[in-house]
Design a protein around this ligand. Sequence first.
Ligand SMILES: NC(=O)c1ccc[n+]([C@@H]2O[C@H](COP(=O)([O-])OP(=O)(O)OC[C@H]3O[C@@H](n4cnc5c(N)ncnc54)[C@H](OP(=O)(O)O)[C@@H]3O)[C@@H](O)[C@H]2O)c1
Length: 337
Amino acid sequence: MTEPRTVLITGASRGLGFASTVRLYREGWRVVAAMRTPDHAMPVLREATGAGEHDDRLISVQLDLTDAASIAAAAKSVLETVGAPYGVVHNAGISAAGVVEEAEISLWQRMFATHVMGPVALTKALLPSMRQAGRGRIVLVSSAGGVRGQPAIAPYSAAKGALERWGESMAGEIAPFGLGVTVLVTGTYDTDIITDAGTTDDRDFTGPYARIHNTMDTRGRFAMRLARPPERFTDGLLKALEDTASFRRRGVGPDASMLLVSNRMLPAAAMHHVSRVVMGIPRHGAMRDGAWPLTTPQRAMVAAAKVVPQPVLMRLATLATRFSRSSQSERQGEDDD
Ligand SMILES: NC(=O)c1ccc[n+]([C@@H]2O[C@H](COP(=O)([O-])OP(=O)(O)OC[C@H]3O[C@@H](n4cnc5c(N)ncnc54)[C@H](OP(=O)(O)O)[C@@H]3O)[C@@H](O)[C@H]2O)c1
């Protein structure tokens, strides 16, 4: 019987990392599940995979990517227990909402420690043995924010962009030794990271960016309804681990694939304009001098007020008030029932 290939995956305790660990185990891989709290998450993972406590195809390692000592200890433990892994999946991540003026510098530091510095340090520690093995794949879990800088998530976008550029650089260096890199541009999946509870929120809904936050929040919540189950992500990861090209960038999910195609076809200024319109951000200069731009329905009302005669407007306003009062009392009636 041939030895199973080993893959190390970070952030295995929840979300995409958890779903991937379960899928990789079922596909016959030996999975090293790296996480901050193995005591808490491993029993759940064992239950989901059906792996016994002494099953050497599901091993845990404690890892906090913001802690240099934890990274060094994790790499040492992996090399001593299973030797050079075939695959390393840098999946762990955090998210945050807030514009540049609002986000604390400490958040930028945490974001880069988790998405860039930590993964780089872990890779540096594992690369010598992987290079000697002469085969293997490093998979970087990126996002739409890593493809294009997105408003109101600059620290996340910048960190994912850095992760991608790091992967591209490294791919050129390690390819001659038989190793490759795949960047997985991940679409929207239903995990904690897209929820209010799973995100650091620095947005000020009463400050100068309130108009932008309000519109983006409404549209963002609508987009989240299209999120797919995390298990659907795992097909993309399996393909990435089988990639043979020195460097590949793959979209996982229809939204990510569409973004990659349009980003390739449209010039940067056009992409910028399209995302501005999609996110409902006012045009260049519209909020200058504290001006409060109107929403589309409000603009329509102002335009209507210019052409519709005054008595007709008054009549419409009275009807609207009556309609709103009667629906309010109907709702009251329903609540009383
Ligand atoms: N879900 C999406 O729609 C989506 C879209 C694009 C990209 N992504 C990317 O996919 C990856 C996985 O996200 P997810 O959706 O699975 O989010 P999630 O459910 O919030 O899981 C995040 C994972 O990262 C771990 N983690 C966070 N900080 C860590 C640290 N300092 N050290 C070690 N582990 C840490 C968490 O561990 P704890 O349990 O200990 O907190 C958890 O296991 C992230 O890189 C994210 O940016 C997700």
